[in-house]
Design a protein around this ligand. Structure first.
Ligand SMILES: NC(=O)c1ccc[n+]([C@@H]2O[C@H](COP(=O)([O-])OP(=O)(O)OC[C@H]3O[C@@H](n4cnc5c(N)ncnc54)[C@H](O)[C@@H]3O)[C@@H](O)[C@H]2O)c1
Ligand SMILES: [Zn+2]
Length: 379
């Protein structure tokens, strides 16, 4: 039972494989660990201690990009088998997006599919990736190139996990939450902005942001579960973002790269002749993302190591483009997010290049100098 002071909330997602619940409440981690049943746990290496203390034998995942590769999947499947998982076993996954990708994929293929429960522990996982049912697995040097749809039985969000996240991790989550709300339209973004989300907010204060972001994403995944139409706009900032991740050797985390990618996409919109003067929420959105990115201390240094040509190269190899058109997601003059096919030619490449360059200059090392007070020489 929830008391009136309890920030808990919950709702259901309807998917082709059935309904699953999403609950947001303090204390869910402890409840999940103590719950009896035929379960195998999978946990982020940093968060394993409470499970070990409870006498459990979890599959431990060090959350880095190689962990979510097809190569590592053999070991995960063996670990499930070693723990005597059968078709009746439920996999319980506790961790961020990497653990989620590994658990979704493993649960979708082990003995042709077993049930799983997910407790996201990063803000990005809580506001975005925990619903939708997608897994994305790396093969060789290709990131997220294979995957499956396999929604969990339940998503349990315990905001107390936010307490140990860094400012960068919180900023990354808020970039994705702001994106989801903007994609639904100006009104939803204004509702998000009214919550005044900042990286200084604690877990309880962020519950309304998690709730709004997930209920908004729920609309997208229910109308377009398999990413064919409406849901595609949620890739806003992602083609630019993935390219920035690649160009920095993944030194920029996913959510932060998406934040940079959305600013790049706004520059591309302007280059395509869009004037956002009549969509004041776009200026608010842009300022909010810039403030979040300012919290990432090493961003100027990391961007200083990236080359625009490498970013453009990665941009061009995105799987959403066709042979002769770039699939880009931009903001319309009315401030709504829309998908556009752009001819693959020198003019488009120049605009895309310029968008990368503008972001690299604005948030790269030059940004440090422009934000510093002028230095007055005394001699
Ligand atoms: N399948 C999807 O729908 C989807 C969507 C978005 C992102 N992703 C993937 O998710 C990955 C990024 O996920 P992410 O940003 O959630 O994080 P992550 O899983 O990469 O973890 C980032 C870091 O945070 C640590 N961490 C996790 N929870 C913590 C906690 N409570 N306190 C302190 N540290 C904690 C991890 O150990 C790790 O060092 C990428 O691989 C991305 O491609 C998948
Ligand atoms: Zn994303």
């Amino acid at each position: 039972m929830q008391s009136s002071s309890d920030p808990g909330t919950g709702f259901e997602i309807v998917s082709s494989t059935g309904r699953y619940g999403v609950a947001v409440q303090l204390g869910l981690i402890e409840q999940l660990i103590a719950m009896p049943g035929d379960r195998v746990f999978m946990v982020d290496n940093r968060l394993k201690q409470p499970l070990l203390d409870a006498g459990l034998d979890p599959i431990v995942v060090v959350a880095d990009e190689p962990a979510k590769s097809l190569d590592r999947m053999t070991d995960i499947i063996m670990q499930l088998r070693d723990r005597r998982a059968t078709r009746g076993t439920t996999l319980v996954a506790i961790g961020g997006g990497v653990v989620q990708d590994v658990a979704t994929f493993a649960a979708s293929i082990y003995m042709r599919g077993i049930a799983w429960i997910y407790l996201p522990t990063t803000l990005l996982g809580m506001v975005d990736s925990c619903i939708g049912g997608k897994s994305s697995i790396n093969v060789g040097r290709y990131k997220n190139i294979v995957g499956t749809y396999h929604p969990p039985l339940d998503v349990l969000i315990d905001p107390q996990a936010i307490a140990t996240l860094s400012a960068e991790q919180k900023a990354a989550g808020l970039c994705e939450a702001a994106k989801i709300c903007l994609c639904r339209g100006p009104e939803t973004f204004e509702r998000y902005a009214a919550l005044r989300p900042t990286i200084d907010a604690d877990g309880v204060a962020l519950v309304p942001v998690i709730d709004l972001s997930l209920r908004t994403k729920k609309w997208f995944v229910e109308v377009d579960e398999f990413d064919k139409a409406e849901r595609l706009v949620l890739n806003f900032g992602h083609t630019f973002g993935h390219a920035i991740e690649a160009a920095t050797g993944f030194a920029v985390s996913h959510g932060i790269a998406v934040g940079l990618g959305m600013i790049a996409a706004l520059h591309l919109g302007t280059a395509l002749g869009r004037n956002y003067g009549n969509a004041p929420h776009i200026a608010g959105f842009s300022a909010h993302i810039a403030a979040l990115l300012a919290a990432v201390e090493d961003l100027p240094d990391v961007l200083a190591t990236a080359r625009v040509e490498a970013a453009l190269d990665a941009f061009q190899s995105d799987k959403k483009h066709t042979h002769d058109q770039f699939a880009v997601i931009v903001v319309s003059e009315a401030g709504t997010v829309e998908r556009l096919m752009l001819a693959r030619n020198a003019a488009s490449e120049t605009m895309i290049n310029k968008a990368f360059e503008t972001v690299f200059v604005a948030f790269g090392r030059d940004a440090i100098f422009t934000n510093r007070p002028p230095v007055h020489r005394v001699a």
